[in-house]
Design a protein. Structure first.
Length: 389
């Protein structure tokens, strides 16, 4: 009896060790499954039907309606990074877009590839209202040619920037199926790096079906906010100052192929409303090498060279996603000799923080529906030591 008791007692530690090992292995398997599980992948084909906006008289001969097709590979976020939960778990992905641009042989086909992010504006169990923003590159098979395609004044190069905006309603009848319908705008432009460059604007209605490729991850809902990264708003009432530069090449609109340099700078003062939104004012200063040519056509009197510099003041807004922010400006010129483009301008930019203070920027400047230039640059941000409270 005593020997049996000793045998049982000696077996208990081994059983405890085996049980502990089994629990640890199970926890590691669960952790590995959470860490390495597929990231909510979706495949979505989409069909759209739209038309070309004739925003210049020369483009009215191409008025027509046509379909377009899109194939997307997307990832539904689930809170792995802090900004995902702040934006109510948006969807990110990449799309391929294709269409024959109307009935004219002058226009050919458009092939576009662009990454996108789809922000939920309203979300319930099976219903969503989303806004999608995408930007990438496009290849247009036809463009302006002085000999072979002289009527097609919209686009001057094969390679162009592609921008996609879409408002959509999404319904989830099944776990692995999502149906959507919406309206979207597709825009192509080369930023006047090669003229003519009226650009193409294609509004359309669209419908799609998304198929889930793997098991869905449950959203990570943090009750307690973790420590802030160096890029996030800390809740204090400070003014953020940004000093930036932009450099670009452009053509003036003539067909001689001459390219001009553009130098621009800005100083902005922004106030963070919360972790996502900033508003403020921006002072812009730009010098365009092609302005001297444009002024010479209408002005024959001598003038100081400094009058080719154009100062401007704009209202600014930024949408912040951790290190990346989308900047939108609406401004008015305060001076400058060239008045051919009017007194107002628009800027759309992407700012990316290289470190805590240094940032890179990609900026598109337009005058109403006409792109002025696309430029890249660097900048520095700092906090003004004045607290509002």
């Amino acid at each position: 009896m005593n020997r049996n008791f000793r045998h049982i007692s000696s077996a208990r530690p081994f059983r405890s060790i085996l049980l502990l090992l089994a629990v640890v292995m199970q926890m590691q398997a669960a952790t590995a499954q959470h860490r390495f599980q597929a990231a909510n992948l979706l495949f979505e084909p989409r069909v759209s039907y739209g038309f070309l906006v004739a925003h210049h008289v020369e483009m009215e001969i191409y008025n027509s309606h046509f379909p377009s097709f899109e194939f997307s590979l997307a990832q539904a976020t689930y809170g792995k990074r802090q900004w995902e939960s702040l934006y109510n778990y948006p969807v990110t992905g990449i799309s391929y877009w294709n269409a024959w641009l109307g009935n004219s042989r002058d226009m050919g086909q458009a092939h576009a590839v662009f990454p996108f992010i789809s922000f939920p504006l309203a979300k319930t169990g099976k219903n969503e209202l989303n806004f999608r923003l995408g930007a990438g590159m496009a290849y247009l098979t036809k463009h302006f040619d002085r000999l072979n395609n002289y009527k097609y004044n919209a686009i001057g190069s094969h390679l162009n920037a592609a921008v996609n905006l879409m408002m959509e309603y999404r319904w989830k009848p099944l776990h692995h199926l999502q149906l959507s319908a919406g309206v979207q705008l597709m825009h192509f432009s080369n930023g006047s790096t090669k003229t003519p460059n009226f650009g193409l604007n294609i509004p359309a209605v669209s419908a799609g079906a998304a198929f889930r490729l793997n098991k869905e991850n449950d959203p990570i809902r943090r009750r307690i906010r973790p420590s802030l990264t160096m890029y996030e708003f800390d809740g204090k009432e400070f003014i953020e100052m940004k000093l930036g530069t932009t450099f670009a090449f452009k053509e003036s609109g003539d067909t001689d192929g001459t390219r001009y340099q553009v130098y621009a700078g800005f100083l902005s003062a922004m106030k963070s409303l919360d972790y996502k939104n900033k508003v403020g004012l921006c002072f812009d200063l730009s010098w365009d090498g092609s302005d001297a040519l444009l002024v010479a056509r209408t002005n024959h009197e001598p003038y100081p060279a400094r009058q080719l510099t154009k100062p401007g003041l704009s209202a600014a807004y930024e949408l912040v996603l951790d290190r990346t922010s989308f900047a939108f400006n609406l401004g008015f010129y305060l001076g400058g000799k060239d008045k051919s483009e009017g007194m107002s301008y628009y800027k759309i930019g992407i700012h990316y923080l290289i470190n805590k203070n240094l940032f890179a920027n990609l900026t598109l400047k337009t005058h109403f529906a006409r792109a002025d230039f696309v430029g890249i640059g660097l900048g520095y941000r700092f906090k003004w030591g004045y607290y509002l409270k």
